[in-house]
Design a protein around this ligand. Structure first.
Ligand code: GLU
Length: 309
């Protein structure tokens, strides 16, 4: 696949790197504000090896919203599709990821989908475990299997920084508790959610995770099933319809690769039949997506016809 085009890919990255200047690093979580705006890194995994990488592809960053894809998969594996979607909807939204408006205007206060913060909180609440530590250990175990990297953990400083400033997410969670979507101690949920968002990977890990999803949930090491194929299909569908916040429609048109971004500037991409892509570019556009990362995916998709449509 793409791996034979090292030189072309390197040129593409050099071409789009200039867009990092037009974006802005997320600062509403104080610990994210120190990221280097000029960074643009990528890794591509073809099922056997990381066949292409560029930039600081070994630099670690936190998953932020990319974690929502993985908690959704784990929650469905924990409880089944029917129960999970009794708590969270399946419809995309044109509202920003942290909006509260539809919770109030849509009966019965069920969040629209698992990729917006309200929906992700409702899903995180479902992860099995006696306490927050047990839940995060289960999620880490799952992500270590997906990435093949046993050293993956969360960044406590980033988790703490978000926990201390997460008043909007708190209000979404309290609202849903009042309306019976979630139960229990909201501070415990916030503790888990902020740790989940602070799980650190590099581009190589993301590329491998993207590959497993592209590969119907099977491990890259021994073809063992890590995620049932039906669950991989569900999460990839959400990546297409809701993965790039309220720019998902435009992204589907211009790029057409199942992908999920996070406000750290990470993007995971799953190209059917054989490729995972991990991108890190912390300068974001006004919707919260890596500005140069989006340009890179657009260039790759158009050059190599990667769109699923
Ligand atoms: N931890 C972030 C939040 O809840 C994730 C947002 C994102 O990456 O979109 O605000």
């Amino acid at each position: 696949m793409l791996c034979q085009y090292e030189t072309e890919l390197t040129h593409m990255i050099n071409d789009v790197k200039k867009f990092t200047k037009d974006g802005k690093v997320a600062d509403y979580i104080p610990a994210l504000a120190t990221a280097n705006q000029n960074t643009l890194a990528v890794a591509v995994f073809d099922g056997t090896d990381t066949c292409f990488s560029a930039g600081q592809s070994r630099e670690k960053f936190t998953l932020q919203s990319i974690s929502k894809v993985l908690t959704l998969a784990l929650a469905i594996m924990d409880h089944g599709e029917e129960y999970v979607f009794s708590k969270v909807g399946m419809e995309p939204t044109g509202d920003p990821f942290n909006s509260i408006i539809k919770l109030e205007s849509h009966a019965p206060s069920k969040p629209l989908n698992p990729m917006i913060n309200a929906g992700a909180l409702a899903v995180s609440h479902l992860i099995k475990g006696a306490n927050s530590e047990e839940k995060i250990e289960r999620l880490l175990h799952f992500i270590r299997m997906l990435s093949g990297n046993q050293t993956i953990s969360y960044n406590l400083a980033v988790a703490k920084s978000e926990f201390e400033t997460a008043d909007l997410n708190r209000s979404l969670a309290y609202f849903m508790k009042q309306h019976g979507i979630i139960e229990g101690d909201i501070e415990v949920l916030l503790d888990f959610y902020t740790k989940q968002c602070a799980i650190e990977t590099d581009c190589h890990d993301l590329a491998r995770i993207g590959y497993v999803l592209a590969n119907g949930g099977k491990s890259t090491l021994n073809n063992e099933e890590i995620v049932p194929m039906s669950v991989a299909r569900i999460v990839k569908t959400f990546m297409v319809t809701c993965g790039m916040y309220n720019a998902s429609g435009e992204f589907a048109m211009k790029v057409g690769i199942p992908a999920k971004s996070g406000v750290s500037g990470g993007i995971v991409g799953s190209v059917p039949n054989g490729m995972g892509i991990g991108i890190y570019g912390p300068a974001l556009d006004d919707k919260g997506n890596s500005i140069a990362g989006m340009k890179l995916l657009e260039a790759m998709s158009s050059k190599y016809q990667l769109s699923i449509f």
